[in-house]
Design a binder for this molecule. Structure first.
Ligand SMILES: [Zn+2]
Length: 128
């Protein structure tokens, strides 16, 4: 990401979300720990407090991981005809792991999209 303008108009929300970076500058970290949002960007000082993703990231995780888990179960059942309990051996780690891996970038992407589209109090100041 070279050539970023002041105001962060050139930072893609999907780039910022995938890397869990600040939607304004694309450099500062957005999240602390697993899912806690920092108070402000350590690089540009953007206040993150207006964000409000609610259950949005969890809904996307449920839809994506649920679809993948069902597809995987059908493929394994078709290939090996396992009993139901045997599916749990790989399904539980898959669902837990995929959910944890996807939650961070999906939450960061939703926050970046809120920032880009001036939702939830982001960028209430008049542009100059
Ligand atoms: Zn920043």
């Amino acid at each position: 990401m070279n050539g970023q303008e002041k105001g962060g108009t050139l930072v893609s929300p999907f780039f910022a979300g995938l890397l869990c970076r600040c939607p304004e500058c694309g450099r500062g970290k957005l999240l602390r720990g697993l899912l806690d949002v920092r108070a402000a960007c350590e690089d540009c000082g953007l206040d993150y407090s207006p964000h409000d993703t609610g259950d949005g990231p969890a809904v996307f995780v449920i839809l994506i991981v649920g679809g993948l888990a069902v597809t995987l179960a059908f493929m394994v059942e078709n290939a090996f005809a396992l009993p139901v309990w045997a599916h749990l051996i790989y399904q539980i780690p898959f669902v837990l792991g995929a959910s944890i891996l996807l939650l961070r970038p999906l939450k960061a992407t939703l926050i970046a999209l809120q920032y880009r589209h001036h939702v939830a109090g982001f960028n209430d100041k008049p542009s100059d």
